[in-house]
Write a protein that binds this ligand. Structure first.
Ligand code: RIB
Length: 324
């Protein structure tokens, strides 16, 4: 691998001059600067990040903390973040907090010990872990808002309203809710968006709360089998919806012929299950890109406003809803 000494020898200048050019120091003439940069490119020079970190106290590494990598939503989100980070020359250290406050605290502590320059974080719950409170680096939330932090997420209210409109357009006036966790704003906002869109025209027959991992607790399984006249099931995310379809199918209930189902996220599985899942697509590339841009601004010294950046969502119509 080419070194600074190789560049200096090729151009015929001192190592100090090469270092000044590569570190954007102002005290080098434009001709020499151009020769040094051309030589660095021709030699395939790549800066030694660890040595830079020692010198500058910056690692050009960011942490990304996500709740559950077994849910396809989060690897898709991680891909968006990593693609943008690499474009900016940033290395991403990925932490799976395994949907637990303890896992989240352990992962954040490790990131702080490794001296990351900033953190993009999707919280597992309402707590603010101690490593976040003591971290002297910028933190940007992604997907799930918390007071006092900049955050990038989808317009969940809009998603709930789009699903409610879709329900009415297909004649569904009595629905059952398999909602996500009550303590997650992302779950609450989409649920409230649906319930609040047409309260006089859509009746909520029943509601069960579940985790976003999609596991169907007993009360959810009972509600699916009895349904109390609900013709549409509104699931808090695609994993819940897909598990509900599998459960109903195993019990001889046909989707959508006997009951319709919608989800939220548009994970890759939503289009390969049968029937294809009608759901809400979250713009993950835009969300991931913007989160990295905000973090980069924070790492460059800008004061980040503690407000949300919210992206519109869209309805993806497939085959899990029947007109009645
Ligand atoms: O499926 C996981 C859910 O958690 C997604 O809907 C996402 O918005 C996150 O909050």
């Amino acid at each position: 691998m080419a070194t600074i000494k190789d560049i200096a020898a090729k151009v015929g200048v001192s190592v100090a001059t090469v270092s000044n050019v590569l570190n954007d120091k102002p005290n080098v003439g434009s001709t020499v600067r151009r020769k040094v940069l051309r030589a660095a490119k021709e030699l395939g020079y790549r800066p030694h990040r660890a040595a830079q970190a020692m010198r500058k106290g910056r690692t050009r590494t960011i942490g990304l903390v996500l709740p559950d990598l077994t849910n396809p939503f989060f690897p898709q989100l991680a891909q968006a973040v990593e693609n943008k980070a690499r474009n900016l020359g940033l290395l991403v250290c990925l932490i799976d907090s395994q949907d637990s406050a303890a896992g989240e605290t352990d992962g954040l502590t490790l990131l702080a010990q490794h001296g990351v320059d900033g953190i993009i974080w999707c919280p597992v719950g309402p707590e603010i872990p101690s490593p976040i409170r003591t971290l002297d680096r910028p933190v940007v939330l992604i997907d799930r808002p918390r007071p006092g932090f900049p955050v990038v997420h989808s317009n969940y209210l809009m998603g709930g309203e789009l699903l409610a409109r879709h329900a009415l357009e297909h004649g569904h006036c009595r629905v059952g809710l398999l909602s996500g966790p009550r303590n997650l704003e992302s779950a609450q906002q989409r649920r409230n968006g649906f319930v609040g869109a047409f309260p006089e025209r859509i009746e909520i027959a029943w509601e069960v709360r579940l985790g976003f991992d999609g596991n169907l607790a007993r009360d959810a399984r009972n509600a699916l089998l009895h349904r109390a006249g609900a013709t549409l099931i509104v699931a808090g995310n695609d994993l819940i919806a897909i598990n509900a379809v599998r459960f109903l199918t195993r019990h001889g209930v046909r989707v959508p012929d006997d009951v319709s189902i919608v989800g939220f996220d548009d994970i890759s599985w939503a289009r390969i299950v049968t029937p294809g899942l009608t759901t809400i697509a979250q713009p993950l590339p835009a969300i991931g890109t913007r989160a990295v841009e905000l973090l980069q601004e924070g790492m460059s010294g800008a004061a980040l406003a503690n407000r949300p950046t919210v992206f519109d969502v869209s309805l993806v119509q497939r085959d899990s809803v029947k007109s009645i």
